[in-house]
Design a protein around this ligand. Sequence first.
Ligand code: GTP
Ligand code: MG
Length: 192
Amino acid sequence: MIIKSANYVIGGTKSEHFPTDNLPEILFVGRSNVGKSSFINALCNTSIARTSSNPGKTQVINFFLINKEFYFVDVPGYGYARVSKTKIEEFGKMIENYITNRETLKAVFLLIDFKVGPTSDDLLMYDFLKFYNKKIYVICTKSDKVNMSNTIKTKKSILAKLNLDEDSIIITSSEKKLNLDKCLNVIEKLVG
Ligand SMILES: Nc1nc2c(ncn2[C@@H]2O[C@H](COP(=O)(O)OP(=O)(O)OP(=O)(O)O)[C@@H](O)[C@H]2O)c(=O)[nH]1
Ligand SMILES: [Mg+2]
């Protein structure tokens, strides 16, 4: 699939702020700083989502209209966001509500830092998504930080921790634009 247009539409914290046109949505979740917003920018080949080297950049649920056909949804990260404890709890509830109630949500891309591997929070999120029968795609980010000789070992360890087979994860780098085409192919099938 080719992304011809990507536009920021709205950011909000509860359902009454969200788009009402019933277009399919793809959600990107993961720990703070894993590279969710950067991944959206890389897929769209433009800088629509705000990124930062400080965890906690994204603070609301942001909707990006893609090819006027579907939405990419960017949310705050979990884990170690440099925001208050109350904020972290608020983020958690907000995302939980979105995932459990949003009927237009077609699939969830769970982003895991390739070098760090799945954290306990990642495993919790993975189980949560499975419990709610969401279609899950595991995307490993920042693969440019792992050298070639460690790639196979690292991938095997992640697969074992998530109990997944070889083809169930995509190893990417937004910085090096690695395997973004594979992700776009998955997205095409989901929204087509
Ligand atoms: N080396 C490398 N760095 C990356 C890559 N993708 C993102 N980063 C960096 O990781 C940092 C965090 O990126 P973001 O996209 O803001 O992360 P996020 O998951 O949206 O973070 P929150 O909004 O806080 O939840 C930034 O400094 C990015 O430049 C990548 O593929 N390779
Ligand atoms: Mg972000």
